[in-house]
Design a protein around this ligand. Sequence first.
Ligand code: GLU
Length: 322
Amino acid sequence: MKRSAIAALSAILLLSLSGANAAEEKYVTIGTGGQTGVYYVVGQSICKLVNREQSKHGIKCTAPSTGGSVANLNAIRAGEQDMGVAQSDQQYKALKGEGDFEAAGPFKELRAVFAVHPESFTVVARKDSGIKTFDDLKGKRVNIGNPGSGQRATMDALMKEKGWDTSVFQLASELKAAEQAQALCDNKIDAMVYVVGHPNGSIQEAASSCDAIIVPVTGPEVDKLVQAYPYYAVSIIPGKMYPGSDEDVKTFGVTATFVSSTKTPDDTIYVVVKAVFDNFDRFKKLHPAFANLQPANMLKDGLSAPLHDGAVKYYKEKGWLK
Ligand code: GLU
């Protein structure tokens, strides 16, 4: 009798202790992309900087792997993620309720936090496939990306512009970003499409393990996209970044952006933004694709949603915004 009373008491004590902890700790999540991409490193890097100061602000940040831009925007809207990384074209389309977001309608609560690195629409092909241009993808086995990824959404936009549907390919697979380099090397596909910052692990894997080459993406339809929409730009993948690709490759691209919604409190976003910009040199060293980042550009490039109030507070303190 006495023993069980003690057990009950200590259980109550434990419960109240953990309850007290829960009140102090606040968990936030950042949606990223596949583990071999750059978004994963963006999320992990931001969380690392936030969590270093956890004893001060009580925020514990995690950045799981996800399906990519479209999945992140949908999860933020549903309140399942607090923040996420998303391509500038998808940020715009979510805000306006276009493309993949048409059924959901405009996402008015969407907020931009800052822009990150530039991303190129990157087509990688097996050397033995004979693919040398984007049009050569016709009749081939092509991984067009998993639904939910940014590459799939941008590929859909380019295909629409070209008047193509998936029947132009011998096979249109929907493998996730982290699976496609392996599939290319195993000769299950002839080419893969990835909208991603450079250099990155996935293209490195394809280039070094199976002689894959980067294919230019140019032509009137690409020119039209770049001219018609503010979120697309001409892009160059520099030569010598990967084995087998010595020359610069011309394509088009977007900007990776960090987004949230009005549902995420100002204090949380303030803590996250402060962690990144107070430790900016450290942040830039966490991935080679971050090397050229500059705060002035990060406050405007590819941002179509209004800035989050928590971010505005920090930028004003810094004198970066009036
Ligand atoms: N741009 C890709 C997407 O939106 C992700 C690229 C990456 O993971 O670095 O899904």
